[in-house]
Design a protein around this ligand. Structure first.
Ligand SMILES: Nc1ncnc2c1ncn2[C@@H]1O[C@H](COP(=O)(O)OP(=O)(O)OP(=O)(O)O)[C@@H](O)[C@H]1O
Ligand SMILES: [Mg+2]
Length: 501
């Protein structure tokens, strides 16, 4: 075919004063996996929202499909042209079955009656093609995130999509699930689909992409073929400069006094009673496979879930942790892995979000002083975490995904925690911001905080942790310190049971 399947050119989009896209080009061929990379706020999601008809582009640009100029004024246009977009926050109805979700909005009908048998049959055929391990009758609410993603893909196939967009699809998947997703993506590519794949993970892009296009600051930087993909080139294109000292440890390993001790802590279900101690000035990582119980344990420590038994001591004194508010008052702060549910107020400004936990502390000293403190705080947060925003007054909902994550982190840090629990703190953030977050973790440890980091990215664990606790099937199965901390050692402990059976 002489014509690319999709060619977008000169696409522009402003949100008020923010120029999200300044004339972006993107050319994608049938039968290719095309990665789209760029820093947080570079404009990736905005470009894909325009393609899907979720938002209109500003006048001036053009979109061609199979060589023909098209106008996309709404989601139904893009669907008709064979474009399907899977967003990171999946949009399925949990109470409906898989078949109902796949057909949602365009149910097969016989007269006025929905033809359920046909709906199920069509769906079953697609699930078989995908090699799914569930049936059309399964309720979506009972599926894992990976399986729900498969339902979204099934939805795309059921409308004969030719262009499939996936916006950070693997952030919530285990490595095995990711492997399965990749196999599926390759299969679809080989069948002639064009896949546009957005990710911040270099390793994934090397593994998967036939070509990779890079955006920076709303502009198109360039496209590399698979053979030219390497970290140096990509980082230069994304960031516009070389990134040095990706992680350089400043705090002293080994730690100081014991700050937090938990004993026999359990949820009474999945978690075996757990014991662990965190020391001041130490970064401890909680590693393990997805599903090993890391988040469950963190939630108990942080008061997000009620423990069935066990005790948490802070500085030797037992603390009741029945709610996150009690934990925060005690100096234990938790960044959850669930970005959406963790209480960023999307209608409120960045400034108000960052300051919300510390307003009470500012109440003394009068309004003027309080306002000034709040302004200084947010300015410092924006600087130290490189939050990309037009101003501190911008609404948090208008920020890109990764920048929202940074606002949340800034808010938690304002409480000057003694114990900081971070669940996948760099998920969805770009490579420059990652190193900012690592530096911040290091600085907090150097200032005496006890830090517990949950991470599924092994290089990250090896880079930042003084000590690694590896969880497996609901219990802490091993501990590594200093030079023992290697990716191989962590994997060996995390998977020991699985390989024994
Ligand atoms: N509804 C909106 N209102 C105002 N500004 C917006 C809106 N949506 C996006 N923006 C801005 O447009 C720019 C591009 O955002 P976009 O979400 O496309 O980035 P991204 O490349 O997907 O980043 P990330 O990797 O963090 O997801 C950002 O500066 C963002 O703040
Ligand atoms: Mg995005």
């Amino acid at each position: 075919m002489a014509e690319p399947l999709l060619s977008m050119s000169g696409i522009r989009k402003s949100f008020g004063p923010v120029k999200a896209l300044r004339g972006v080009d993107l050319t994608v061929w049938a039968g290719e996996i095309h990665a789209l990379m760029g820093e947080n706020g570079a404009g990736k999601s905005t470009l894909m929202k325009i393609l899907s008809g979720a938002i209109p582009a500003d006048p001036g640009g053009s979109i061609r499909i199979g060589g023909t100029a098209v106008s996309i004024t709404g989601p139904s246009d893009s669907r008709r042209m064979g474009i399907a977009v899977i967003y990171q926050e999946l949009a399925l109805a949990p109470n409906l079955t898989v078949a109902e979700n796949v057909a949602l909005g365009r149910e097969a009908r016989r007269g006025a009656i929905i033809d359920r048998a046909r709906m199920r049959g069509d769906c079953a055929a697609i699930l078989e093609r995908l090699g799914a391990g569930f049936t059309p009758e399964t309720k979506v609410g009972s599926l894992s995130i990976a399986e729900r993603q498969m339902v979204e893909i099934a939805r795309a196939l059921s409308v004969n999509a030719r262009i499939l967009v996936m916006d950070e699809p693997t952030t919530a998947l285990s490595s095995r699930e990711t492997d399965r997703l990749f196999a599926l993506i390759r299969q679809l590519r080989d069948e002639g689909m064009a896949i546009i794949y957005i990710s911040h993970r270099m390793a994934e892009v090397y593994e998967l992409a036939d070509r990779c296009s890079v955006l920076r600051d709303g502009s198109y930087v360039g496209t590399l073929p698979r053979s030219d993909l390497n970290a140096e080139a990509l980082v230069r294109m994304m960031v516009g400069r070389e990134l040095s000292d990706f992680y350089e440890k400043q705090h002293r390993s080994g730690g100081g006094a014991e700050v937090l001790r938990i004993s026999g802590l359990t949820d009474g279900r999945k978690l075996r009673p757990a014991d662990l101690a965190l020391r001041a000035g130490e970064v401890t990582a909680l590693a393990g496979l997805v599903g090993a119980g890391r988040t469950e344990l963190a939630r108990l420590i942080a008061g997000a879930d009620r423990a069935a038994a066990g005790e948490v001591r802070l500085d030797g004194r037992p603390v009741p942790l029945r709610t996150p508010a009690e934990a925060i008052r005690a100096g234990i702060v938790y960044l959850t892995e669930d970005r959406k549910g963790q209480g960023l107020f999307l209608d409120m400004s960045i400034e108000d979000n960052v300051n919300i936990n510390v307003l009470a502390a500012d109440a003394v000293g009068g309004t003027v002083r309080r306002k000034r403190r709040a302004r200084e705080r947010v300015a410092e947060a924006i600087r130290s975490l490189s939050i990309r925003a037009p101003s501190a007054a911008a609404t948090t909902g208008s920020l890109s995904g990764g920048n929202q994550q940074k606002v949340l982190l800034a808010r938690l840090l304002e409480t000057r925690p003694r114990v900081l629990i971070l669940d996948e703190p760099t998920r969805g953030v770009d490579i420059g911001a990652k190193s900012d977050i690592y530096k911040l973790i290091d600085r907090l440890a150097a200032a005496g905080a006890a830090v517990l980091v949950i991470s599924s990215e092994l290089p990250e664990v090896v880079g930042i942790a003084d000590r690694v606790l590896v969880m497996r099937e609901g219990e802490i199965a091993g501990e590594l310190t200093g030079a023992e901390i290697t990716q191989e050692a962590i994997v060996a402990i995390a998977t020991a049971a699985a390989s024994a059976v």
